[in-house]
Design a binder for this molecule. Structure first.
Ligand code: HEM
Length: 207
């Protein structure tokens, strides 16, 4: 769970940096989209690096989902009788990990259909990611869907990063406060970075 989560977190850090290039205009953003397909050439064939990244990511997603299901089953087995305490003792981010994960998995499918394949984006043009992002977010409900999903991403990272650090033995006296700070900071920066794109299209800053 921890290792696959950190792989995906690494991807999100790179992805948000790439997305922010949209503020430099269509030429720079589309050139970046093109570079993703030719990176590694001439040593690698066209799209090989992209496909390696896709396989690594997909493996991480599957490993993450399988581990989550195994953990859930172990949780239920360990405590077949519910706690008497009804008041939730864990934070909101902790309690929403399972449903948050399911929502994110559904979001990723929608996102690929929207901006990679264009199946659900009527104005999709292959090789023009800038125009595709603008076309998608000019539909208010699409922008709203992404904004809600990005809040779920933020919550998931906030608790997930903290849990991964504990699992991998990075926690301990004196370090927990720093780890919480890093988890909160990462979640906030990534959420704001991702949300800035639909907000910029909705407000006309990016058009
Ligand atoms: C507002 C937020 C986001 C925007 C504007 C955005 C934008 C994009 C764009 C434009 C592409 C297509 C790139 C291309 O084909 O050249 C893409 C691909 C992708 N994005 Fe995002 N993204 C966002 C959030 C996310 C999040 C939160 C995740 C993961 C949870 C994610 C995962 C992916 C994946 C897996 C791909 C497919 C990569 C591929 O196989 O080609 N994105 N995104």
């Amino acid at each position: 769970m921890a290792v696959s989560g950190l792989i995906m977190l690494g991807y999100l850090v790179v992805h948000v940096m790439g997305n922010l290039k949209i503020f430099f205009g269509p030429d720079e953003f589309n050139a970046y989209g093109h570079w993703l397909r030719v990176v590694g050439e001439p040593f690698m064939h066209r799209e090989w690096v992209l496909w390696i990244a896709r396989v690594v990511l997909l493996t991480a997603v599957v490993a993450h989902a399988v581990s989550a299901a195994q953990l859930s089953r172990r949780d239920i087995k360990a405590r077949p009788v519910k706690y008497v305490h009804k008041r939730p003792r864990a934070s909101y981010a902790t309690r929403t990990m399972r449903w948050g994960g399911v929502i994110l998995a559904l979001f990723i499918v929608w996102h690929i259909l929207d901006l990679t394949l264009g199946t659900v984006n009527p104005d999709f043009q292959s090789g023009h990611p800038y125009e595709n992002v603008v076309a998608s977010f000019q539909r208010w409900w699409s922008a709203a869907l992404y904004i809600v999903a990005m809040l779920a991403v933020g919550l998931h990272i906030r608790h997930g990063f903290w849990s991964a650090a504990q699992t991998l033995g990075a926690g301990g006296k004196g370090r927990d406060l720093a780890l919480r700070g890093i988890a909160n900071g990462l979640a906030l920066v990534l959420t704001l970075g991702f949300i800035s794109v639909p907000v910029a299209v909705l407000t006309g800053v990016v058009s």
